[in-house]
Design a protein around this ligand. Structure first.
Ligand code: SAH
Length: 258
């Protein structure tokens, strides 16, 4: 097939949930797109900025419907770009943080299709800030790590909880809520104190945001009792304590931290 050289794929981060937390560059790509393939965690309000003729294709999972398989998404990106379209692949947060953006970019690169990565605010940064938790702080944390909970039972490439427990001050755990008992066990086994502070932020940066505060010892019980749902992010570390002070300041200044 002859390549139409106008075709391009923009792999775009939509930010963590609040539609205002998208970048100017991402918004411009949405406005010029002929086609947008979007994921479940993307705030649908952002699609209102697409042009009237833009085609919108949902790629995420919904109850009873399987997500579009990755190879089908890759094929669609390639096919439409070869037809000369401006294709936006819109993903929650940042496309390169647990977003499979690299897999898509590699496929495009292998086929010689032009693409551009537009980074986004990842949910760890967005949700923590919206909950009043700084991921670093001069007194509490000089390092933070983004960790996936989805590989907890993968023996071939296990997560090094031993190193994370000792070597990193703040842990931001994506896709980890269903793995809380396992994560707790690993961290305690490797020397984290049961009293270490933990926050779970559900639907961070959205109007439905909920924040649960506890310790490694009790956070799972709290999460179950509050019927926590996805998407949610776990922050583990003493920076969680800063929130109390910010909340206090918030009450005094009457500003909004949820
Ligand atoms: N690329 C995305 C992450 C995709 S993995 C990013 O950069 O943020 C999906 C996980 O991200 C969810 O299981 C959850 O842990 C986290 N997540 C995404 N949006 C979230 C939100 N608004 N609030 C809390 N966690 C969120």
């Amino acid at each position: 097939m002859k390549i139409n050289t106008n075709g391009i794929v923009y792999i775009v981060g939509a930010g963590p949930g609040d539609p205002e937390l998208i970048t100017v560059k991402a918004m411009r790509r949405i406005q010029i797109a002929d086609l947008i393939l979007y994921d479940r965690l993307v705030n649908k309000e952002l699609l209102d900025y697409a042009g009237p003729d833009a085609e919108l294709i949902y790629c995420g999972k919904s109850p009873g419907i399987h997500a579009m398989p990755q190879n089908i998404i890759n094929e669609a990106l390639i096919k439409h770009a070869l037809e000369g379209k401006k294709v936006v692949r819109l993903k929650g947060g940042d496309p390169f943080v647990f977003g499979r953006g690299a897999e898509e970019a590699l496929e495009l690169a292998a086929k010689g299709i032009p693409y551009e990565i537009v980074p986004g605010i990842t949910s760890a940064i967005g949700a923590a800030a919206a909950a009043g938790i700084p991921v670093t702080h001069r007194d509490y944390a000089a390092s933070f790590a983004c960790v996936t909970g989805s590989r907890c039972h993968n023996d071939k490439s296990p997560i090094r909880w031993d190193l994370l427990a000792h070597g990193v001050d703040t842990l931001a755990i994506y896709m980890g809520v269903n793995q809380l008992p396992f994560i707790r066990e690993e961290l305690l086994k490797h020397g984290k104190a049961t009293t270490t502070s933990v926050a779970i932020i559900e639907r961070g940066t959205t109007k439905d945001q909920r924040t649960i505060i506890g310790t490694i010892a009790n956070i799972h019980t709290l999460a179950v009792s509050m019927n926590l749902i996805s998407p949610a992010l776990i922050i583990i570390g003493e920076v969680v304590r800063v929130r109390e002070h910010l909340l206090h300041a918030e009450q005094q200044a009457n500003i909004l931290i949820r």
